[in-house]
Design a protein. Structure first.
Length: 129
């Protein structure tokens, strides 16, 4: 199944017959050169996307744990699994919040992008809203 999916995704790239698209040698590939400041300015965007992804995963885990609680039917094994899943989701949320705080602290210490910290709400909104 995975081979079929990967093949389907890669097939259009393999079917390209135009020699102008791909370089002949590795020396013809232009690699962009970024300064330290440009690379550090990407940090808030990366943090925003990763944090949004982690929030989506935590929400999914809480929904699954709630479903397991509801459908457990008094089965102690099922309820134990649901409690563990809920606990792991909350631990993951705490780790995500702490990590975002650490990154905000590093950004303020390094003064990346002229801002003192991450904004409460990113200018473009959260990626999973």
């Amino acid at each position: 199944m995975a081979v079929a999916i990967c093949g389907t995704i890669a097939l259009p790239a393999l079917a390209v017959d135009d020699n102008d698209i791909l370089p002949d040698t590795i020396d013809q590939v232009e690699v962009p050169q970024y300064t330290k400041e440009q690379a550090l300015q990407l940090l808030p965007n990366i943090v925003k996307w990763v944090f949004g992804f982690l929030l989506a995963v935590v929400a999914l885990m809480i929904i699954v744990a709630a479903y397991m609680f509801v459908t457990g039917g008094g089965n102690p094994e099922q309820l134990g699994k649901a409690k563990n899943l809920l606990m792991y989701a909350l631990i993951g949320l705490a780790i995500a919040l702490i990590a975002r705080g650490i990154v905000a602290l590093l950004i303020s210490l390094l003064d990346v992008g002229g801002s003192s910290s991450l904004p409460a709400t990113p200018p473009g909104g959260y990626p999973f809203q």
